[in-house]
Structures are given as structure tokens and as C-alpha cells.
Design a protein around this ligand. Structure first.
Ligand code: ADP
Ligand code: MG
Length: 699
């Protein structure tokens, strides 16, 4: 149960004064639905009002706050909407005209009564020989300067949400923030001069100068560290809970793996052997394995997994491999089945679409232990699938699953080892936040003889040429992908929708084009992809659903429309869809040129990285550097934790400290029962790590 002291923070933001459903919806877009979301939405800028010149001294175009006397109103003639309302003001050094277009006269008169003194804040400009200020953004009576803050925070905004409203909301949220028992170690706080949680929040929401916006300011560091610690502590608790439970020793005699090695048309690369060795060592150890094998697309992870699975079979047990989609499960099955046949090992495909007697028969085979190697989708973990003796679970493309699903998976084979495979090369820092509970093996080398994919950036204006190129590839018997970023046309963003593109291409290549997008139903989508996979369709128009890869060896061209809108790592993944056969392959990055037909510098730098290297790790690091962690790897849909305050690029050092801190906590106070432990529970709840708290015995 969440500590009651946190209740005000988890209340809906409509609980705050003057925030109704309409405003809440707008604030929801930039922050979130709860008070705590507002608290963790930090200012992104500030308005500095400390510049207080006289009228004569005011520099042009600089935000100035000036004390003036209101001399006279000069309203526009009746009906003349394009003439502004002027208010003539002065101080002892000169004259300043305040200018209001289309403003209500009553309001202006009320704000600026003739003969009175006012503070006005805005940008001063020269208009002929006059000095003027258009639409001051602050008008305040002069009764002690204390009323005017030297700086005002600027929050992320959205259409319809003003800075003023957002500031008021954030400030109301801050008023509700309770003082919480300290969960950080006193020596750490002292050494880094970090304020308390409450004090840190107060400071970040009341920045006084640019330095307070710096991610390395003590207040921001403190809050970032809180978040990183909650993340690392949750992972450490999961890991601890797992190691507490007994595992099993699984070793093989090589009689099956040797058969498969003999049946393979290639030898494993050094990198594959190395990863396999690490996996087998973990399996042979008495504790439960939780290991991530990461390797770029095409690095050959499947074979490594198969060898590990067959080792489990050699030990007399079963092994299962789970893929995130039906199509991928089928493809794994088609790869693995013949190799299992070569070793005389029974292998079955289990998915949610199995029906009737076949379904029953497959499941019985698995339950009785006749079937040794099982390939499947999530269906593997549904209640009607039971294993006789499951020793190894392999999960492909893990980054589609979250930490919590990982917990659930392990329930299926109570002592089973877990091997996770991901094709997304993950920068080290991100790996720590996501897989901090796992050991990591890396296949850093690709099988020999791979040809680089010819990667080109082409402006959208040359669309016709690109289409003709695809026509030639189709004539050669090859296939192509066409990737579009969105499903529905969005005029505002000028984004080409997959549907429109599909129609144009289908008209050009009748009967040879298929369309898949995220809003289609599973079976419908699979049917199209499989038709492509079988070669019945030559050109597959898709949104990024193909990212998690189908394997079509005849695909030699991939066109990525609006390439400038994708993350580098994502583009790299997409590119990995071609060049899987022996024919030379091309990746065309279609971009929308800006003014003068040119691509922006950052966009150009990004596309160049991609053209210059095919090393997914280099690309992932660059992506992180160029875009920041929030966007790298398309985190939003990928299961990487979304930090609100911390930034793994800015706070990489803190992440390491948090990791060590979390490990120490779990070693010394695994049930979080000490005084600090109690406070740490609150921290976990504060950052929504409720599942991790559930692991604790006395919860
Ligand atoms: P991924 O790591 O992307 O899952 P796969 O396991 O699908 O890669 O392997 C990609 C392709 O490389 C497959 O066609 C596979 O048969 C082949 N392959 C795997 N290992 C080797 C190797 N050592 N030498 C040559 N080809 C290999
Ligand atoms: Mg794979």
C-alpha cells in the first residue's frame, strides 16, 4: 500500500485550485494527470526580470522591467481595428509608448489608470524617434518591488496552455508536496551538498538564474538521483528475489549440439562462441541465469540460443523460445525446426492461434515432455501451456517487454534459466537502467562476408527516380520495403501517411504491393507480411511495424520516408531488414528538404553517421549523444524506462553511484525494514515502482 503521506501527490490535478477538466487535459499533455506529474515537470527556461533600466537607458530588444507614470490613453478611432491602442508613459528620463493591438479598452484602462505609476515588463523597441513596448507581458502596480520575482520559470507548453496557468499549477502542486523522511544517506547528501527532497523541488520550481536550470545544479542532481536510485533499487530487488530462489545446474554432453554444428552450413564466429560460453557457464551454475545477449541485427543470435536450448535438452529437460509476434515466432520455427530435425529433437510451434485437436495435441506433447524445444509467442505463458520440465526460457527482442513482464515470465519454469536476446544495441548507460538486473553478453562481430548496405540520403523531390529504381529491382526478382512514419494523414505535420503512399505505389505496381500498419488486426497484418515473405508481394509498404524484423532474403531495397524523423538506432534497425541475402542491398533515406532544398545540419550529421557505419553500437552511442536518452532508440514504444527528471546522458555518473547504493541496500536491508528502508519504500512509490515493493515480504 502506498503510504498515505503520498496521497496528495497522487491525486488528480483537478484537485488543485482553479484547474478544471479542460485545463487538466492541456496540462496532461505536457505533464501528466496527477499532481506528482506536475512536480516532476521541471522548468525548461526562465524569464529574467532583473534588468531594471530607466526608459532612456533601456537596451533595445532586451527584456526590461521599467517603472513608468501613465500619462494619457490614445485609443484608436472607432471601427479602426488595425490601429493600436496607445498608452503614453514616461519617467524622468524620457517617454515610452505602450502599444496594444486588438485589446479591450476597458481592460487597458483598468490596468493602466492615467496618472498612476506602474511597473511594465517587456521588450523595448524604437519606432521612428519613439520608444515603445508592444503588449507588455507584465503590468504591476508599484507598491514595493518584492511583488516582482527576479525570474519566472518557463514550463513546457502546448497550444491553449499559457505560461501563467502552467506556473500557477506547478506552484499549487508544490504547495501540496509534503516533507518526506529522508531516504538518501546523510554522508552522500553532505558530500554533494544536496538539499532535502522538498527543498530541491522548491528550488527547481523557483529558478533564479540560468544556473538553476542546469542539470548539474545541486537541486536537479538531487532529484535525478532520487529517480535513478528508485530505478536501480527496483531492479536490484528483482534480481535479489530471483537469486534467493534455487536454480538448477544444466550441463550437456554435446551429443545434440555437435549434430547441429555439423548440419550448419557455417562455423560460429568467435563472438558467437564467446557469448555461448558465457551462457553455458551460467546454465551450469546452481543459481538461476538471467542473461541478456545483445547483438546487432544479423549478428547470429538465433544459433547461440539454439545451442543453449539443445544443451538443456541434452540435460534431459525442455527449452522454450518466445518471440514478440506471431510472424517472428513462425520464422524462428522455420529456422530451428530443420536443425532440431538434424539432431532428432522434437520441436513444436505454439501460438494463440492454434485451434482444436492440433492445439490440444501440441500442448499435451509439451506437458508430457515429448516435445523438447518449443517455439512460440506470448501464448507460451498462458495458463493452458504447462511444461514437463522447463530448464531454459529464451526471450527474443526483449526490449519490447518491460521489467514487470520479465518477472511474470520466470514463474513458468520455477527454476528455469532465462536468456534474453535483443537486437537493439544499447549504450552502456541505458543498459544499466533497463537490464540492471541482468548479466550481459555482447556479440560484437558479424558473420564474415556481409556486404555493406549502400545507404543514400535522397530528397523527396526525387521520389519518381526512387520508384523507378524499385521497379527495376522487382524486375530482377527482388523485393523492397517502403517505410512511412505514421498511419493517418496529418496535414499539420505534412507527414506522408502509409495509406496514401500505398495507393500511389499500388497504382504504379498493380497486384504487387501490400500494406501493413499498426492499426491493423494481428491476423490481417500477418497475412500481408507472410505474403511478402513468400514472395507473392514484391513491395511492402509499412509503418515501423517491420522494425522487429521479418526475414525476407530477397529484399534488397528499403526506402525510409521522412528519415529525418526517425532515431538513428531505429533507422539502423530498419536498414537491417535488407542485405540479409547475398545480393547487394540499398537503403534509401528519403528526406524532406527544408528551405533552399537543404537538410538541416543536425539532420545531415545524423544521416551521415548512418551512411558511415554499420556498427549498431557506434550508432546507438551517437544517437544518444545527438538526441538525448528520451528519444534515442524510440524509447517511447520500446520498454526503456522514461525518466522524468534524470537524463542518462547528463547523469551517467549518478547512475553508477545509484547502482552501487542500491546493491548495498539490498545486501544489508533486503526487505527495506530499517528506518532508511522505510523511506526508500516511499521513494519507490513516488516513482511508480509499485511492483518492486510488492516483492517485499512485509509490504
Ligand atoms: P540475429 O542476430 O539478427 O537474430 P540471425 O540469428 O537471424 O541474426 O542470423 C542472421 C543470419 O546469419 C541467418 O541467416 C543465420 O543463418 C546467419 N548466420 C548466423 N551465424 C552465422 C555464422 N557464424 N556464419 C555465417 N552465417 C551465420
Ligand atoms: Mg533474430
Amino acid at each position: 500500500m502506498r503510504p498515505t503521506v503520498l496521497n496528495p501527490l497522487f491525486a488528480d490535478i483537478t484537485a488543485l485550485p482553479k484547474i478544471g477538466p479542460k485545463l487538466a487535459a492541456l496540462i496532461g499533455k505536457v505533464a501528466g494527470a496527477r499532481v506528482v506529474d506536475l512536480l516532476f515537470t521541471l522548468p525548461v527556461g526562465l524569464i529574467d526580470r532583473s534588468y531594471r533600466p530607466t526608459i532612456a537607458m533601456a537596451e533595445e530588444d532586451r527584456l526590461a522591467t521599467i517603472e513608468v507614470t501613465v500619462d494619457r490613453h490614445d485609443p484608436p478611432p472607432q471601427g479602426k481595428l488595425n490601429v493600436p491602442w496607445r498608452v503614453l508613459c514616461s519617467d524622468e528620463t524620457g517617454f515610452l509608448t505602450l502599444v496594444f493591438f486588438r485589446a479591450k479598452g476597458d481592460w487597458i484602462r483598468e490596468q493602466l489608470p492615467e496618472g498612476e505609476r506602474r511597473l511594465v515588463s517587456g521588450r523595448v523597441e524604437s519606432y521612428g524617434s519613439q520608444r515603445q513596448m508592444a503588449h507588455p507581458d507584465l503590468i504591476l502596480p508599484v507598491n514595493g518591488d518584492a511583488e516582482l520575482p527576479p525570474a519566472e520559470p518557463v514550463y513546457p507548453l502546448t497550444a491553449g496552455l499559457t505560461s501563467k496557468v502552467m506556473r500557477r499549477a506547478a506552484s499549487a502542486a508544490l504547495d501540496r508536496a509534503p516533507k518526506l523522511d529522508e531516504w538518501q544517506r546523510p554522508d552522500v547528501l553532505h558530500a554533494r551538498a544536496w538539499p532535502s527532497w522538498h527543498e530541491a523541488l522548491t528550488r527547481v520550481h523557483n529558478p533564479e538564474d540560468k544556473g538553476d536550470l542546469n542539470p548539474q545544479s545541486v537541486a536537479r542532481q538531487r532529484l535525478a538521483y532520487d529517480e535513478l536510485l528508485s530505478n536501480q533499487l527496483a531492479l536490484a530487488l528483482i534480481r535479489h528475489r530471483r537469486t534467493e530462489r534455487p536454480g538448477r545446474r544444466t550441463t550437456g554432453d554435446g551429443h545434440l549440439t555437435n549434430d547441429v554444428r555439423a548440419a550448419l552450413p557455417f562455423a560460429l564466429t568467435g563472438a558467437q562462441e564467446e557469448a555461448l560460453k558465457e551462457v553455458l557457464a551460467d546454465m551450469a551454475a546452481p543459481s538461476r541465469m538471467v542473461r541478456l545477449v545483445q547483438g546487432d541485427v544479423g549478428s547470429g543470435k538465433t544459433v547461440v540460443a539454439l545451442m543453449a536450448m539443445l544443451t538443456a535438452v541434452e540435460a534431459g529437460a525442455q527449452a522454450a523460445i518466445m518471440a514478440p509476434t506471431e510472424i517472428l515466432a513462425r520464422q524462428h520455427f522455420e529456422t530451428i525446426k530443420p536443425l532440431c530435425d538434424a539432431a532428432d529433437v522434437a520441436c513444436e510451434l505454439i501460438t494463440g492461434r492454434d485451434r482444436g485437436q492440433e492445439r490440444a495435441a501440441k500442448r499435451a506433447g509439451v506437458a508430457k515432455g515429448y516435445v523438447k524445444v518449443v517455439v512460440g509467442t506470448h501464448a507460451l505463458f498462458s495458463d493452458d501451456v504447462a511444461f514437463d520440465d522447463l530448464a531454459l526460457v529464451v526471450v527474443d527482442e526483449q526490449h519490447r517487454f518491460g521489467v514487470h513482464q520479465r518477472l511474470a515470465l520466470q514463474e513458468k519454469g520455477p527454476r528455469a534459466d532465462l536468456l534474453v536476446m535483443t537486437a537493439t544495441p544499447i549504450p552502456r548507460t541505458l543498459a544499466l537502467t533497463t537490464y540492471g538486473d541482468m548479466e550481459v553478453s555482447t556479440i560484437g562481430e558479424k558473420p564474415p562476408g556481409r556486404k555493406p548496405v549502400d545507404t543514400r540520403a535522397v530528397p523527396l523531390a526525387r521520389l519518381d527516380q526512387v520508384t523507378e529504381g524499385i521497379g527495376r529491382a522487382i524486375l530482377r526478382g527482388e523485393q523492397a520495403y517502403w517505410v512511412c512514419p505514421l498511419v493517418e494523414a496529418n496535414d499539420m505535420l505534412d507527414q506522408t501517411a502509409a495509406e496514401e503512399r500505398y495507393e500511389a505505389l499500388a497504382a504504379r505496381f498493380p497486384g504487387q504491393v501490400g500494406l501493413v500498419h499498426g492499426k491493423m488486426k494481428g491476423p490481417q497484418k500477418d497475412a500481408v507480411v507472410e505474403a511478402f515473405y513468400r514472395g507473392e508481394i514484391k513491395l511492402l509498404v509499412a509503418t515501423t511495424v517491420i522494425e522487429v524484423g521479418v526475414n525476407a532474403p530477397d529484399a534488397t531495397v528499403i526506402v525510409i520516408e521522412h528519415a529525418e524523423r526517425f532515431g538513428l538506432a531505429q533507422l539502423h534497425q530498419l536498414r537491417g531488414r535488407v542485405g540479409r541475402g547475398d545480393k547487394p542491398a540499398t537503403c534509401i533515406l528519403l528526406y524532406k528538404a527544408g528551405e533552399g532544398g537543404k537538410l538541416g545540419d543536425t539532420a545531415k550529421a545524423r544521416l551521415n553517421v548512418l551512411r558511415e557505419t554499420e556498427d549498431g553500437f557506434v550508432i546507438a552511442e551517437q544517437d544518444l549523444a545527438l538526441r538525448g536518452a528520451g528519444d534515442a532508440l524510440g524509447t517511447a514504444q520500446s520498454g526503456f524506462p522514461q525518466f522524468r527528471v534524470a537524463d542518462v546522458a547528463d547523469h551517467a555518473e549518478l547512475l553508477q553511484v545509484a547502482r552501487d547504493d542500491a546493491q548495498l541496500v539490498v545486501q544489508t536491508d533486503p526487505e527495506l525494514q530499517t528506518e532508511r528502508g522505510e523511506a526508500l519504500r516511499t521513494l519507490l512509490y513516488l516513482f511508480g515502482q509499485n511492483d518492486a515493493v510488492k516483492l517485499l515480504r512485509s509490504g
